[in-house]
Design a protein around this ligand. Structure first.
Ligand SMILES: CC(C)(COP(=O)(O)OP(=O)(O)OC[C@H]1O[C@@H](n2cnc3c(N)ncnc32)[C@H](O)[C@@H]1OP(=O)(O)O)[C@@H](O)C(=O)NCCC(=O)NCCS
Length: 367
């Protein structure tokens, strides 16, 4: 069989039909504008929408939250493993290990039905934040607060990660980023999840693969790099000099550019104002001035717009969250989208198995 046309990085290739997310004419989840969802709904409601197909009624939301709370526990063996991992492990590797280990002991591990996958998805929405907190806060040696069914996932995450009393504005800011991180069609990690699901492997295996894919700096890892770089600059002038230098040396500026959004990422545009407001609240306006200058340089020199990681990283910074947890926070949100895609793949499956164009040595005889 001959191979079709080659598209480097699969650019422009339509590899699935999906009813979860569309990107033409603005980002939509199940038909709803993602930025409007971020403005008006919690991540919990959006996770429900992605998984179930419709926004929840009040009762359905309460049941959803209660199910997440009931299942927000870890097997003792996993909790012990998380505490025993090297302290300098990447929290992304920790989450990947947690997802994989949870798959070994899940009561429904031999069941790939829609009902079982929905149950596993609800479990992961609580278990992954818990696993991250168990690892991150192990040195403190204290018991973690219990997951609260009467609080949103965003509030539970902030509490678990040790933010103490959390104020409504901080919860709202985190919630908006979680909604916008929750789903993005066939991003590399989601494609990885669908490839795994297409072999009729299970949801935990697909999520484990997806976390591995999200770790890289060209995908989720960009949000941590954004802040590590931004923090070096003392002034907008300093930042401009650096940005020009990076472009001249053909280095990538993290938080800019996108495979699909060439005219700007609507999610980054939406978060612009909330990010500025939060910066003003915590006295970080100078940091925003530095960020604005880099944005101006990137647009002027390369016509490159910021992507979601650019404001999301700054929001996490202003919330005082530790930098190594930024990409893991992306996981805690995107797991909703990954699970929705696994369920969709299983519901109408065909093995994903593309071809490669061979460019190696011509046929030759053994010496
Ligand atoms: C996201 C990304 C991987 C998309 O890449 P892509 O669609 O494959 O785009 P390309 O790599 O083909 O880049 C096209 C051109 O823009 C440049 N470019 C793209 N993103 C850039 C960036 N962030 N910084 C500097 N230059 C960039 C490339 O160097 C290339 O320039 P050239 O034509 O002069 O060689 C890319 O924009 C990137 O690396 N961004 C930084 C990482 C990031 O923020 N990731 C999060 C994505 S949500």
């Amino acid at each position: 069989m001959s191979t079709g046309e080659f598209a480097r990085g699969l650019e422009g290739v339509v590899a699935a039909e999906s009813a979860i997310c569309s990107m033409e004419g603005g980002l939509r989840y199940r038909g709803y504008d993602a930025c409007r969802l971020a403005a008006r709904k919690t991540f919990d409601e959006v996770a429900y929408l992605l998984l179930e197909g419709e926004l929840p009624e009040e009762r359905q939301l309460a049941d959803f939250r209660s199910s997440i709370a009931t299942n927000a526990t870890l097997p003792a063996s996993l909790a012990a493993l998380l505490r025993a991992l090297p302290r300098d492990s990447s929290p992304m590797d920790v989450l990947r290990t947690a997802a994989s280990t949870l798959g070994t002991c899940d009561a429904l591990r031999f069941d790939n039905s829609r009902a079982a996958n929905l149950q596993k998805s609800r479990q992961l929405l609580g278990q992954l934040p818990l696993a991250l907190a168990v690892f991150w806060r192990a040195p403190e040696g204290n018991a973690l607060p219990n997951w609260r069914a009467d609080a949103s996932i965003a509030e539970n995450i902030l509490t678990l990660l040790g933010r103490g009393e959390v104020d409504a504005e901080s919860v709202r800011a985190l919630d908006m980023t979680l909604v916008l991180y929750a789903e993005h069609e066939l991003a590399a990690s989601t494609f990885a999840a669908r490839v795994v699901a297409s072999t009729l492997s299970d949801l935990h295996a697909a999520v484990t693969a997806a976390i591995g894919a999200l770790k890289g700096p060209l995908h989720g890892g960009a949000n941590e790099r954004v802040i590590e770089w931004l923090r070096q600059f003392r002034s907008p002038q300093d930042a401009e000099r650096w940005a020009l230098e990076a472009l001249a040396e053909k280095r990538r500026v993290m938080g800019f550019g996108h495979r699909v959004y060439k005219q700007g990422d609507p999610r980054a545009e939406f978060l612009r104002e909330p990010c500025r407001q939060l910066a003003a609240r915590v006295g970080q306006q100078p940091f925003e001035e530095i960020a604005s200058r880099i944005e101006a340089v990137m647009l002027r020199e390369k016509q490159l717009h910021p992507n979601l990681d650019w404001p999301a990283a700054r929001i996490y910074y202003y919330l005082g969250l530790p930098i190594p947890l930024y990409t893991p926070l992306f996981v805690l949100a995107r797991v909703a989208g990954w699970c929705a895609h696994v369920i969709e793949q299983h519901s109408d499956n065909r093995l994903i198995r593309p071809r490669a164009r061979y460019v190696g040595p011509p046929p030759r005889d053994l010496p």
